[in-house]
Design a protein around this ligand. Structure first.
Ligand code: SF4
Length: 296
């Protein structure tokens, strides 16, 4: 019987007939999990090991890394070996992120912040996005960028090849602060203070070192400011957006930075010059980056 057109089936159809390289193969398993945490909870629990995956007859995973469907003859052993190591590496990273998020959800370090802390999916990705802080809707739903600013942000990313579901499943979504800072009496959300930023910094730094991305997309001034020590002194948004910057983490990880403005409806920066020109310029840089190409 033809499987129901779930999003899992949709993911499979995207790959059908295409040879998956190992990076894609490794990612595929997690995409499969992460896009259906409830619907496929049973399968996700059952497929704990690489051998489970290789033996699995579920048609949504039969295409991984050249592993052939049941009954179609032996798979290419070298490809299987490569796939095993690629999937094992992905598994280690995502499990480390899962453990990190378990700890993060318990964090109550900041008395002036409103939780529970929000995080994205534990995905292995060459691209990491860092936002500012969640709003009330994000706290309610437990998902970053799930409201109006998110709609604008995902529209930007869709214009360069990846829709919201794909982005959530394939890009590591982080933030400077993970709790809601409360409202600013003058309007909008309060910007987290220095102590709150310092308290929360170890979380995104741990995600960075665990995920080892090759491209970071800081979104908005507060996120960009976290990299200020390696950016031109006192550079304004219009000198930073639309360009790519090298960054080296505390442990020596070399990453490219391509900053974006904050997509908040309260911001007018990207709706008038020079933002009107610089935003598409930044999106073109992201689209051309090899790490972005890898998540498409
Ligand atoms: S903002 Fe960050 S450091 Fe502060 S309580 Fe929330 S998760 Fe913890």
């Amino acid at each position: 019987m033809k499987p129901a057109p779930t999003s899992g089936y949709h993911v499979r159809r995207l790959y059908q007939g295409r040879r998956l390289d190992n990076a894609r193969a490794a990612r595929y398993r997690w995409t499969y999990y992460d896009t259906h945490p409830r619907r496929h909870a049973v399968e996700a629990q059952r497929l704990k090991t690489i051998d489970d995956l290789l033996d699995c007859e579920d048609e949504r995973v039969e295409l991984i890394g050249g592993i052939k469907p049941a009954g179609s003859g032996p798979a290419d052993p070298s490809l299987q070996a490569d796939s095993r190591s690629a999937i094992a590496a992905a598994s280690d990273q995502t499990e480390a992120l899962d453990r990190l998020y378990e700890d993060l959800r318990r964090c109550r370090r900041c008395p002036g912040m409103f939780g529970p802390p929000v995080h994205g999916l534990a995905v292995r990705s060459p691209v990491m996005m860092i936002g500012q802080a969640p709003g009330t809707r994000e706290i309610e739903q437990g998902r970053p960028f799930c409201w109006t600013a998110g709609k604008t942000l995902f529209r930007w990313f869709e214009s360069i090849g990846i829709n919201e579901a794909g982005f959530r499943a394939r890009v590591l979504m982080s933030a400077v602060c993970r709790c809601f800072p409360g409202k600013n009496p003058k309007g909008g959300d309060r910007v987290p203070d220095r102590v709150e930023v310092e308290n929360c910094t170890p979380w995104w730094r741990a995600e960075l070192e665990t995920g080892q991305p090759r491209l970071i997309i800081p979104v908005g001034k507060l996120a960009i400011a976290q990299f200020a020590d390696q950016l031109p002194a006192r550079a304004r948004l219009d000198l930073l957006v639309g360009r790519q910057w090298p960054y080296r983490s505390a442990t020596g990880l070399a990453v490219d930075l391509i900053p974006l403005p904050h997509p908040s409806g309260a911001s007018t920066w990207f709706k008038m010059e020079p933002g009107l020109t610089l935003l598409p310029q930044a999106l073109r840089l992201i689209a051309a980056h090899p790490a972005w190409q890898d998540v498409l």
